[in-house]
Design a binder for this molecule. Structure first.
Ligand code: NI
Length: 181
């Protein structure tokens, strides 16, 4: 296990479409090592999700861990650390809502992004079991953000009003008070 360096915006690998994992790769020591490195890296940097391309591995694998209760992301329904392999997103209801997003690959910035708020995902678990999960609200945004990384997309690509892109300090000073009002 090891903490890996997170690639930052500008690194070309973040812009590649990652390849699916083959069934014979799932559960191998190599993949378990990659997952362990991703867990260590996510916990060291702090965050709620990490996609394999962010540590330089261009495969369709992501981790999500949503803390419960009041956080800087609002009041959340918790989700324990979970591994998502070859995920596919299906929009259940296209109604959108916006959140201020941040990304470990775009440090120091926050941007307001609108996305569908009701989605279903189909994926393989760490052991290769086919699973499906339905998500609403902020969790739907988190999953779309993480899985975008597997397609070489960053949240900044989805900002429709670039006035709503800010440094964290300015976000906290000027945008956050309006959110809490
Ligand atoms: Ni990200």
């Amino acid at each position: 296990m090891a903490i890996r360096r997170i690639l930052r915006m500008g690194h070309p690998l973040l812009r590649e479409v990652a390849r699916p994992l083959r069934s014979e790769e799932i559960g191998t020591p190599e993949m378990e090592r990659l997952i362990a490195d991703m867990v260590d890296t996510l916990h060291d940097y702090g965050g709620i999700g990490l996609a394999a391309p962010q540590i330089g591995e261009s495969v369709r694998l992501a981790l999500i861990e949503i803390p419960g209760g009041a956080t800087r992301y609002g009041d959340l329904v918790p989700m324990s650390l979970s591994v998502f392999i070859n995920p596919v997103i299906e929009v259940v209801d296209p109604a959108i809502a916006g959140y201020w997003e941040g990304c470990l690959s775009v440090p120091g910035l926050r941007g307001f992004v609108e996305r569908p708020q009701h989605v279903r995902i189909n994926y393989l678990s760490e052991s290769g079991e086919a699973k499906s999960l339905e998500l609403k609200g902020f969790a739907a945004t988190v999953f779309q953000h993480e899985f975008d990384h597997l397609d070489g997309k960053l949240y900044i690509d989805r900002i429709t009003d670039t006035r709503l892109l800010a440094f964290e300090q300015e976000y906290e000073r000027y945008a956050l008070p309006h959110l809490e009002a």
